[in-house]
Design a protein around this ligand. Sequence first.
Ligand code: FAD
Length: 400
Amino acid sequence: MQLDAWDVIIVGAGAAGLMCAITAGKRGRRVLVLESADRPGKKILMSGGGRCNFTNLHVESDNFLSDNLNFCKSALSCYTQWDFIELVCKHDIQYHEKTLGQLFCDSSSKDILNMLLIEAEKAKVTITTKCLIDKYETRERSEKNFTLYTNQGKFTTKSLIVASGGLSVPTLGGSDIGYRLAEQFGHKITLLRPALVPFTFTDSFKLLSEKLSGLSLPVRLSTGKHQFLESVLFTHRGLSGPAVLQISSYWREGQSIRLDLLPFTDCFQHLVKQKFEQPRAVLRTIISQLLPRNLVLELEKCWWLEKKEVPIAELSETLIQTLADSIHSWELKPSGTEGYRTAEVTLGGVETGEVSSKTMESKRQPGLYFVGEILDVTGHLGGFNFQWAWASGFAAGKVA
Ligand SMILES: Cc1cc2nc3c(=O)[nH]c(=O)nc-3n(C[C@H](O)[C@H](O)[C@H](O)COP(=O)(O)OP(=O)(O)OC[C@H]3O[C@@H](n4cnc5c(N)ncnc54)[C@H](O)[C@@H]3O)c2cc1C
């Protein structure tokens, strides 16, 4: 390998790093990607349950969290979901919309990674795996600005792209190197938190969730002014499922969440109607017509144990109203989350105020770029995080 011959060095061969490498390589830039893992794109392979939810049909800035939501707009409009879908089609990868515009591979995430690696090879990109960076230096006004010292030698470059992702899932490459590097150049890092992550409980709900483990149902889940209408999954340690992962990005320690177990039914109206239609039936029977029976049996213990054998005709409307309110607004207090071990993303990152929204270049250090999850741009569940990785990688790759 010619050690000093790189125009662009990219730290991290994940989604954003590979897209950036392909884009810069296609422009004739000599691109080297340094990857610490033994292979590129580990998160891509594990994503979407092995089928990679690679983008979403409806990408808007509202699908992201950031201290400055305007920041992501430019990159997302220069490289859209349609651009990525075109690439996927060019490689004859079969895909389908699962729900809510989420696009998944029909076969395997490997299709997406292979596509990126083929494109990288065509663009003459060099990818070096098992590469550990010891330190980096900059030289003011020298032709090659950055020098990286690694276990595989010394590399210098004019453009250094930090694409090392966030802290989530250390076994898949989650690391803090990008944040440390950013801080070394004077960049501020916003508060980092695990996001798109299951909730854990230590109160009586833990026992209940354990008993119901494996049960999934559609709910409306909210915290503060944020709400998601998706499914929730009871687990041995608490709650997971799309609605929970989504709301976890907005939840903070000590806050409650509210579960509407019947988001499409007016429970009070329904129960009052049943007083006339099946007056001898007990609540358990009636509610089991709307919700899974094992859940109803647990709710009965919590909410109407003393009236469990009383026919609905004999229950007061006040009691029915209280019960309907509980079903539509079950308040729970998570004790925490599963943390970075399983979080799909890291919320927060390099503050966007000192990064160009058009090119991802640092406003503090010419030639230094940040792309992907390392930035303070975090997508909702549903392919938005990959779309951000493709778009921001493309934005930097066009100019670096
Ligand atoms: C289990 C799981 C499933 C997911 N599923 C989806 C999904 O279906 N759809 C979706 O949109 N998003 C999904 N995500 C989120 C998505 O994977 C990330 O948002 C996206 O990969 C971020 O891209 P990135 O390139 O910024 O970082 P990454 O893809 O994390 O890539 C960073 C790369 O940098 C490397 N690296 C780290 N430290 C160093 C270092 N010191 N030196 C060199 N290299 C280093 C890492 O090994 C890694 O290869 C999922 C995440 C997880 C954990």
